[in-house]
Structures are given as structure tokens and as C-alpha cells.
Design a protein around this ligand. Structure first.
Ligand code: NAG
Ligand code: NAG
Length: 491
């Protein structure tokens, strides 16, 4: 076995001195799948924008100059029957069994195609089956009908096949997003369909069969069941998942319980024990207030576009990756108009209020149709999520960090190191009130190349790269209330 020269050199360097700071392990903890977000429900509005703004947005979301997302969740609509909010009433292709209107959902399809053009992988997800297939013949406040699995899955598989044949890189399908919630009573604020636990195996089996019949079962993985909280997953999996486990690609969950590290660890460890080898993915969350360091964090109404709330959400991402070793993370709706104030009023979009919602990374004007205001209002959340979007890519590995000094210990949860064949990326945040310094040693020779910071005054701004004392120990300055990515070449 040939040992590369650089590893001998670095080993000598590393063993010849006393390591003074944190140490990046050479043993990967997990291999990432990616970072994404959802195309519910803003496409219905933004598709009405001029093409120049639609392209501006597609670049903001899907190019590396923007968020650099690796995944996009396309919402296959159920027709929006009985949904009172028109933006949240996606069109459906379904007309009758085997008959489809492919002119529908031009809005969602447009942004899926723009994502696909930029190399983003697509996950299709469904909040409700087409209204005619549900118990109440509506797209919310209704239930999946036992025995309708083949009809529902024929629809889904026909839709997937059509877009795969058009060259769209659809790799996953989630057929029952939050199956415990119908989002009733009617008229409803959004689509939703209850699929009770003992109906869920039928959905998976019929979908697997429909995908198999079209040669798609190996290409498109089925992800389930997008339980809104970890507790729901834990308490319900046992009644249905075991019999269809081999047909499931990943166990997708949401974190609307804003779990503690302990309860998240219990969920992941319990799931790994009962369903060995199945990955768990964090595929939806939004809408919380709280402090940058995570104190006071929880589901709540309110709009806080500032670095305080943006760092609070980054803490959630660090938790999924660093504490429980998950491989995929999705924000909920990438765009929202729930700003809670009149967005054209000076200061509205940049100030905290209690009437809006932290559900978007970018906000837009709900009155665009009458005032032609096509501006995008970009929150600090966009910039902090960009650190993950840019530096957590499919195939990269996480390298755990150990041996923090006592002065660095508080940063431990917030240091994420990703490794590609050519680079180390250190994403680190300091959500505390005083500045800090982080010193790191890598398992291979590293050369600092760039650094980017988001703070109250900076938006992914280029800043001073990590500095080296020449002994392989890299030093990074971390001002209070900042998130920074330090990039190193393996040199
Ligand atoms: C849908 O709305 C109609 C009209 O209000 C109502 O009669 C019907 O019960 C609703 N369906 C469901 C499933 O809530
Ligand atoms: C995550 O990975 C770390 C480091 O490899 C390990 O110590 C820890 O037990 C893992 N946590 C879970 C919940 O699997």
C-alpha cells in the first residue's frame, strides 16, 4: 500500500508537538445526502412574476452563487379543493383514472425544471391525493380511502414517469406528508390528507408496485412518513413500517417538536435499533422564535428576519448533523409572503414583528399583482442557510471534532467540518455575546483558501482566512453573533 508523502509529513508534524486546540478526526461520522427546501406554495405566485425575476429567484435558490441547494421538494398538488388560500391550492394533473391534464401546475413544474437545469436533485412530495380519490372528495379535511392505493399510486407513478422521461432528476417520492393532519376544518388553510397508521403500508406497497411496473423502483426511492414530530414517528412506526421496510429508502421526519439533543438522540438511536440500516432525514421545519443560542426555541408565530433568529435555525441544522449524524436537511417553504407588515413600508422587512411567520428564507410582496412590486426580501436566514447549501454537498463526509479546550467548549455543538476529495470546510457559528477563538488541527495537510461570514452587518462576506502558526494548528476568529465558513484545500 502506497502511503502518500503528505500524510507522512503531516503525521510527523502532528506527533512532534503538543496539540493546543480542537482536533478534526480522520474517521468520518456520516456521508451527506444534501441540503434542500420546498416548493410549496410560492410557485403559484412567483410564476406570475416577469421572467427576469423568476430567473433571479432560480439563481438565488439553486446556483452556488445563491443558496446552492442540492435538493428541491416539488409539491405534487391535489387540486386545492376546499383550500381557501389560493396560493396554497396547487393544481392537480388528475382528471379521471388514467386521464391527465399536463397543462396544470405550470407553476411548480417551472421551478422544478429550473432546479433540474442547475443540477439540483428533486424529491416529489404530496400533502393530499387528488380530491376525487379521497374520502371527502376534497384536498383537505379528508382521509385516504382504504383500497384506493392502486388508483392513487397509478396517478403518482404516471406523473413521475412523465417527468423522468422529460429528463427531470426525480430521485425520491414522499406520498403522505404529515399523514396525521388533514389541516381541517374546511375551508382549510392548506392541503392535507389523513392516512391512519394501518393504511400506510398499503400506500407504500401500491406505490412500490406502480414504480416497479414502470421500471422506476430502483431509480425513485419512497420516503415516509414525514411525521410532524419525532414522538409521532417513534410511537407509530411499530404499527405499520416493519412489513414494508424493504420498500422504503429513508425515514423522513419533521422537527416541529423542536427536540432537545436528548430526545432527538433517543429517536435516532431507537429508530436505528428497530429498523437497522435505514437513514433518517430531516425534511421539514419552520416557524419558530427564540434566541441565537437556542434558548426559548419553539414553534411560534412571529417574524424575526435578524441574525438572532437566523442563528437559532442554524443551531437546528447543526443539531441534526452534529448531534444525531443525519445526512439530509430540508427547510420548509423557501419563499413566503407572511411578513406580518406592509412590506413596502420602510423597515418592515428587516424588523421583528409578532404578526408574521418565520417560514421563508426569502419574502415577497403579497400585493405584487396590484402594485407590481417584484422585489425579493432576503432575510439573514437565507445567508446562514447558504453556508450549509454551499458547503454540505452530496458525497461529502462529516469529520467529528474533539478535544475542544475549555475556552472553546461552548462552540462544540456549532462546529461542522465537511470533507470532499479536495477540501475541508469548517462551518462554525458563535451565537454568544462575546467573541471567541477556535483552533483546529486537521488529519491531513491543509491550506486556508477563503472564508465567508454572515452577521448583523455581513451577508456571506469574504473575511480573513484562517491563520496558521506554521505548526498545522489553524486559528479562526469568531466574533459574537456570527456564522462563518472557513475553506481549506487539501494541499
Ligand atoms: C368541502 O366544502 C364543501 C362546501 O363548503 C362542503 O360541503 C364539504 O363538506 C367540504 N368537504 C370536506 C371534506 O370538508
Ligand atoms: C453520531 O456520531 C458520533 C461520532 O461518530 C457518535 O459518537 C454518536 O454516538 C453518534 N450519534 C448517534 C445518535 O448516532
Amino acid at each position: 500500500m502506497a502511503i502518500p508523502t503528505w500524510s507522512i509529513i503531516s503525521a510527523v508534524v502532528l506527533t512532534g508537538r503538543i496539540v493546543s486546540g480542537a482536533v478534526v478526526s480522520s474517521t468520518p461520522a456520516q456521508t451527506f445526502h444534501g441540503i434542500g427546501g420546498s416548493g410549496a406554495w410560492w410557485p403559484k405566485d412567483i410564476h406570475r412574476y416577469p421572467e427576469a425575476q423568476r430567473q433571479q429567484l432560480a439563481n438565488l435558490l439553486f446556483s452556488q452563487d445563491g443558496l446552492g441547494l442540492s435538493g428541491f421538494r416539488w409539491n405534487i398538488g391535489g387540486g386545492g379543493v376546499n383550500v381557501s388560500n389560493p396560493t396554497r391550492a396547487p393544481e392537480t394533473f388528475y382528471v379521471s383514472p388514467g386521464s391527465y391534464d399536463w397543462e396544470k401546475d405550470a407553476q411548480g413544474v417551472y421551478f422544478m425544471q429550473e432546479a433540474n437545469k442547475r443540477g439540483v436533485e428533486i424529491t416529489a412530495f404530496v400533502n393530499s391525493a387528488p380530491a376525487p380519490l379521497t374520502a371527502g372528495r376534497a384536498s383537505c379535511n379528508s382521509n385516504f380511502v382504504t383500497g384506493s392505493g392502486n388508483a392513487y399510486s397509478t396517478f403518482l407513478a404516471d406523473v413521475l414517469q412523465r417527468f423522468v422521461q422529460q429528463g427531470i432528476n426525480i430521485r425520491y417520492i414522499s406520498p403522505m406528508n404529515e399523514p396525521d393532519n388533514s389541516f381541517g376544518p374546511s375551508p382549510c388553510g392548506q392541503e392535507g390528507m389523513i392516512v391512519v397508521p394501518n393504511q400506510r403500508a398499503e400506500v407504500v406497497n401500491s406505490l412500490w408496485n406502480a414504480l416497479s411496473a414502470r421500471g422506476l423502483a430502483q431509480r425513485i426511492g419512497i420516503i415516509v412518513d414525514e411525521a410532524s414530530t419525532l414522538n409521532r414517528g417513534t410511537s407509530q412506526y411499530g404499527t405499520w413500517l416493519g412489513s414494508v421496510l424493504d420498500k422504503v429508502a429513508a425515514l423522513a421526519h419533521h422537527t416541529y417538536d423542536f427536540p432537545s439533543d436528548a430526545s432527538y438522540t433517543t429517536y435516532v438511536a431507537d429508530t436505528a435499533r428497530r429498523f437497522p440500516g435505514k437513514r433518517t432525514w430531516m425534511t421539514e421545519v419552520c416557524c419558530g422564535m427564540g434566541n441565537a443560542d437556542g434558548t426559548g426555541r419553539g414553534w411560534a408565530q412571529g417574524y424575526d428576519p435578524t441574525i438572532r433568529n437566523a442563528l437559532m435555525w442554524s443551531g437546528m441544522v447543526f443539531q441534526s448533523f452534529n448531534v444525531v449524524n443525519e445526512t439530509h436537511y430540508d427547510w420548509w417553504v423557501l419563499l413566503s409572503k407572511e411578513v406580518g407588515c406592509s412590506v413596502t413600508t420602510a423597515g418592515c422587512a428587516t424588523s421583528i414583528n409578532t404578526a408574521g411567520w418565520n417560514d421563508g428564507l426569502i419574502y415577497y410582496d403579497g400585493n405584487f399583482a396590484t402594485n407590481q412590486n417584484y422585489q425579493f426580501y432576503i432575510t439573514k436566514h437565507f445567508w446562514t442557510y447558504k453556508h450549509f447549501g454551499n458547503f454540505v454537498k452530496s458525497g461529502m463526509q462529516r469529520l467529528p471534532v474533539t478535544s475542544f479546550t475549555s475556552s472553546e467548549a461552548a462552540l462544540r455543538p456549532y462546529v461542522l467540518v465537511t470533507s470532499s476529495p479536495t477540501q475541508f470546510n469548517v462551518i462554525v457559528m458563535n451565537p454568544f455575546s462575546s467573541a471567541s477563538t477556535l483552533t483546529l488541527t486537521f488529519p491531513l495537510r491543509a491550506c486556508a483558501t477563503s472564508a465567508f461570514r454572515t452577521s448583523a452587518s455581513q451577508d456571506f462576506a469574504s473575511v480573513q482566512i484562517a491563520t496558521s502558526g506554521g505548526n498545522g494548528v489553524w486559528t479562526m476568529q469568531l466574533p459574537s453573533m456570527t456564522q462563518t465558513s472557513y475553506v481549506f484545500n487539501k494541499c
